[in-house]
Design a protein around this ligand. Structure first.
Ligand SMILES: Nc1nc2c(ncn2[C@@H]2O[C@H](COP(=O)(O)OP(=O)(O)OP(=O)(O)O)[C@@H](O)[C@H]2O)c(=O)[nH]1
Ligand SMILES: [Mg+2]
Length: 457
């Protein structure tokens, strides 16, 4: 067990949240956010790998050290003197924070002292470091480059005198590999925990890989659901032919909403797997530019010509015909779906009147089938995969200490676009087979393998 201590507002709770992968740890820009010591642990299959104690920052370090020094104390008696301090002030309100932060240390925790490497070192910190030294517990200092690493070298000089190990660690941006490195350092600090701890870290690494495979599974499963999504409409069924035009925009909007909900459910499964409980993301940022999807001349951006698409995907022929048919493109069901509901469906784009005037001739076919979907445009599979990769990669790169909205860029879409033509063709084929064989089939295996590589490179 290690206690994370330091000055207020230097990222102690952020270190705890990042390393224990816990997004429930209280973090805020306000100084004095953490009021009481609280334990957090990282568990693997129900077993605790390590435990950290989040603590309030030092508030009266000077007075605390003065009290400790009030009487002469030999070095070997200093830990007892700190214990006496805790006992003396446990029920008083004079040193609430110092008692909270020193107690777990005196009870046996190792020390992680967090400082801000973007602010210059100053001797006021020596009081805190001296108190920590008095506890006699193993000590590690972490330099958190909150606003950059300008003063890191200077901090190292000072910290080296009080701490046996000094490391740079940015809880908001350090990738998982750096977490593992730091955990190995914990092992160095308390050598007796040695091999068991090393093994636990190895297991942690293996567990991460396993989770990434599961993530690929969730993404492919959801791809299957979205590609095959159909919506039957009893309203359309009952409606007289002349009423269909009025009903359709609403039905398309409903289709969009459902499709988005399905997509979101898949994302939430992924977030739960990686222990994110309150991730808010801005999906609008992922809005696919409609011109890229509607305008057939832009399809080359995806690396595929209209003609090739028709060859690759037999079922796509009709859809491409529809889109290519000038004037129908905008009103087609496909674009309504791909807009992702973000713009509120077709009427949002073009105005209700426009939609009514241009309800395409293929509507009758659709209406006879009494259902909307599945989406036929082969680009749809790429859009879904691209969006899933954008979300998953942004989430995987995110620290559990981050309290901002998850920013999802268009990285995944760009990734899909820059694939080699032969990869795109293979993926399209696999997606088509996925629809036929389901998520247990061979195509799904291939897709999962491909998605896993996209998540890990
Ligand atoms: N940019 C940036 N901000 C950080 C970093 N680490 C912490 N912060 C921010 O600094 C503020 C304080 O972080 P906390 O983790 O709450 O700090 P603390 O030391 O626990 O603070 P108290 O509990 O108040 O003593 C928060 O707004 C964090 O988001 C970092 O590495 N980079
Ligand atoms: Mg805190």
């Amino acid at each position: 067990m290690m206690a994370v201590v330091g000055h207020p507002n230097k990222g102690k709770s952020s270190v705890v949240a990042a390393l224990t992968q816990n997004d429930q740890v209280e973090i805020s820009p306000l100084s004095g956010t953490t009021r009481v010591a609280q334990r957090f642990s990282l568990k693997l299959d129900g077993r605790t790998v390590f435990e950290l104690v989040d603590t309030p920052g030092f508030q009266r370090a000077g007075q605390c050290l003065a009290w400790l020094r009030e009487q002469p104390v030999a070095a070997d008696r200093r830990p007892q003197r700190v214990a006496a301090f805790i006992e003396q002030f446990a029920d008083s309100d004079r040193f609430v924070d110092e008692v909270e932060l020193l107690k777990p240390i005196i009870e046996g925790a190792g020390i992680i002292y967090v400082v801000d490497g973007s602010l210059p070192y100053s001797p006021e910190y020596e009081t805190e470091m001296e108190i920590l030294r008095w506890t006699g517990r193993p000590r590690l200092a972490l330099i958190n480059p909150i606003g950059g690493d300008t003063h890191v070298a200077q901090w190292r000089q000072a910290l080296n005198q009080y701490f046996s190990l000094v490391r740079l660690f940015d809880p908001l941006h350090a990738p998982f590999e750096q977490h593992l490195q730091l955990l190995r350092t914990f092992g160095e600090l308390e050598p007796h925990s040695g091999t068991a701890f090393d093994r636990a870290i190895q297991q942690l690494e293996g567990y991460r890989r396993l989770k990434l495979h599961q993530a690929a599974g969730i993404i492919v499963e959801n791809l299957y659901r979205l590609l095959g999504y159909q919506q039957s409409s009893s309203r359309l069924e009952r409606a007289a032919r002349e009423q269909l035009a009025a009903l359709l925009p609403e039905e398309i909007e409903r289709f969009n909403t459902r499709l988005n909900r399905l997509e979101r459910e898949g994302q939430q499964q992924l977030e739960a797997l990686f222990l994110y409980h309150r991730l808010e993301s801005d999906l609008r940022q992922l809005e696919v530019d409609r011109s890229e999807l509607m305008d057939t001349s832009q399809w080359t951006l995806w690396g595929l010509g209209k003609h090739q698409l028709a060859l690759v995907s037999a079922g796509a022929g009709a859809a491409i015909g529809l889109l290519a048919d000038a004037g129908l493109g905008g009103a087609s069901l496909l674009t309504g779906v791909i807009s992702g509901g973000v713009l509120g469906g077709l009427s949002g784009w073009f105005g209700a009147d426009w939609v009514k005037q241009r309800i395409p001739s293929w509507l009758q076919v659709s209406a006879e089938r009494h259902r909307l979907g599945p989406v036929k445009d082969p680009n749809f599979a790429f859009v879904i995969l691209g969006r899933a990769l954008s979300h998953a990669r942004a989430m995987l790169a995110r620290s559990h200490a981050d309290r901002e909205r998850l920013v999802i860029g268009e990285e995944g879409i760009r990734r899909m676009r820059s694939l080699e033509l032969k990869t795109q063709v293979r993926l399209l084929k696999q997606c088509r087979q996925l629809l036929k064989q389901g998520p247990q089939g061979r195509a799904a295996d291939g897709l999962r393998e491909w998605v896993y590589r996209q998540l890990t490179d």
